[in-house]
Design a protein around this ligand. Structure first.
Ligand SMILES: *[C@@H]1O[C@H](CO)[C@@H](O)[C@H](O)[C@H]1NC(C)=O
Ligand SMILES: *[C@@H]1O[C@H](CO)[C@@H](O)[C@H](O)[C@H]1NC(C)=O
Length: 173
């Protein structure tokens, strides 16, 4: 089961990468936004600490028995959050995760568990939160790992495969 999830996840990342490659210009545009070293020292330190952690994600069956130990953040759309989310999770849509109003909702004394649809944007959010000093982990394979079965597009949106998860409960709003 985990092997299939990992294979499918790689296929999604790879196919996403191909789409990105087509959409972006061949020659990267130089960034004019790089932070001067004396300004990014703390972010760099947190980046190195984050990268030095042995793992950045937690599996569904690891967190499920101790859910109350985590502050759970669902970064999917409000509509998808309301149709069913992990009990006690709050909704902070991905694109707003670094806003002051969002960060104000996050605890500094509890491990944060972030999940999305497949784990990709949760991984990005987890990295961002760690760079800001939060103790955050990604729920590996996110909603896919939680629900019973998810149809996932392989290579394209028209080729769908069933991916099976743990079948843990989602609660509606
Ligand atoms: C976020 O909060 C910081 C610290 O209070 C403040 O300097 C900054 O202007 C705020 N950002 C926005 C977009 O309000
Ligand atoms: C999980 O999905 C499979 C395949 O669709 C189905 O046969 C099974 O009944 C589902 N289990 C639950 C508990 O919903």
């Amino acid at each position: 089961m985990k092997q299939i999830l990992i294979l499918i996840s790689f296929l999604i990342v790879f196919s996403y990468g191909m789409v990105q490659e087509q959409a972006y210009p061949k020659k990267p545009i130089p960034s004019t936004k790089v932070i001067p070293p004396y300004d990014f020292a703390i972010i760099q330190k947190y980046a190195e600490e984050f990268l030095a952690k042995p793992y950045h994600g937690l599996m569904a069956d690891t967190v499920y028995p101790d859910l109350e130990d985590y502050f759970i953040v669902d970064i999917r759309s409000p509509a998808d959050y309301c149709s069913g989310h992990i009990a006690n999770a709050i909704n902070i849509p991905f694109h707003t995760i670094a806003a002051n109003s969002s960060l104000a909702k996050l605890p500094t004394d509890k491990t944060i568990l972030v999940y999305c649809y497949t784990g990709h944007t949760a991984s990005q959010s987890t990295a961002i939160l760690n760079l800001l000093g939060y103790d955050a982990y990604t729920l590996q394979f996110s909603a896919m790992a939680w629900r019973n079965v998810t149809q996932v597009g392989i290579w394209s949106d028209s080729h769908l495969e069933d991916v099976y998860g743990a079948n843990y409960p989602f609660v509606p709003c």
